[in-house]
Design a protein around this ligand. Sequence first.
Ligand code: FE2
Ligand code: FE2
Length: 511
Amino acid sequence: MRIHLLLSGLFALAGSLASADEFRVLPYVQNPATDAITVRWLTSSNTPGTVTVETPQGARVFESQPVEATALSYSRFAEEPGGPHPAVPFLHSIRITELTAGTPYQYMVTQGAETHSSTFSTAPNSDQPIRFLVYSDPETEPESSTSPPVDWPVGPGSNRPDGITKYLVDQTIGYRENLKVMQSRAPNFISLVGDLVETGGEQRDWDELWKHNAGDYGWITGSVPILPAIGNHENYAGPGGGYTVEGALYSTAKYLTYFDVPDNGASDPRVHGRYYRIDYGPITLIALDSSDGLPHKSEHDTNHNLEPGAAPDFNPGSEQYAWLEKQLAEAQQRSRFTFVQYHHTAYGSGPHSVPFGNPSFSGQFGIPMRVLQPLFMQYGVDIVFSGHDELMERSLVTGVEMRTDGAECEHQIQYYDSGVGGDGLRGSSANFDNPARQFLVHDDAPEVWEAGRLVSGGKHYGHLEVNVRPDESGKWSVTIEPVHVFPVTDASGAITGWERRIYNDVVTITE
Ligand SMILES: [Fe+2]
Ligand SMILES: [Fe+2]
């Protein structure tokens, strides 16, 4: 008996020693191309690991060269709660090349005694259908599990019983269930349009993001790449650092460490990774950095709190604007559909869509982004995906596209705020300016309650599902479904399950 106890004690010790070398973030895929993809993971130790990819020609094995991820320190500006915190982790990043378009590959990452297996897919050729999902504003932080659920303002036409003012579950459960539904749809990729974390300068909030995406809560990114856009929260360092240049650069260095995206060739290397273009199957997706506009504190500035110099301007005359025009022209030539994503919604009904000069101006509005609309119209952008207002909202603008053959034609651009990933579930704000609004969940999907149970409608965590595909005659279309993850309750009001439901605002765009 004594020997048995001693042995099991030794095994327990071996287990804890081994875990010191193992994963801080499970393997996740990034930057998909037709012939390549990046596999990344993070570990506590600097021991090399391997990726084994199964191919028709046999297994290919790649060894990592871990790099100390110095940007991922616990905040240098103030002590982060929840310590003592672990040391800076090591980043393993391997670009797997010489792959075949539109092909699933099984892969396995081995680090010490631990192995994780999943499947990634390369980007398809331009004649193949694709599906992707879009959401924003999960704003992860450990407090999402310990704080009460968010405010849940009741919309017009609802018959909600009195006294219910908070959402039915907390933000951790809301985001987790949203990701489960996303994973069940097997998308090609996920657009995550900013405000990934609550405080960009706090490492514990990034740890929480990856807990959901490649850790204890779920592992969707083992097979589905995130194509991110940078939000205001990624520029915010929190206590001590705030929105200073130093604080913002410290915070965005974390964002830039995690994500591998196509190079934008910007003259300032600090701007690499902050905006990019990706051609994926039949579409082009352009991600912009809407963090800041010049002049500072003007009607052209999306963040009056962020000190100038931390983020690239997007206004006409800026390097980002010139880059954007070039990408749009190329996309119009190459792709059936062009989509743009950036964080600060240009059209919304929330707190960040109140005009400059209004007493309830938030100082962080998306209205300056409308400056890009003539360019989007000219080059036939089909959809703009954003967040920031944390509503589920669609807006529509009409204008004239200049086609590549020189002909002019009427053109429509759909604008979305998909900021219901896992944080706020807001209603509309006083004094917002949105002349283009078509659908707003808060107003247009009234809650229906029966005997104390919500049976349909209302604002919930969710995302957009976008399917791009041809019909039998070869005519291509894009269908956008606003999805919500509906909590099913029993007679007592306790949640018994979750259903994927679609709001009554499905949009189809044809070529
Ligand atoms: Fe947000
Ligand atoms: Fe935001």
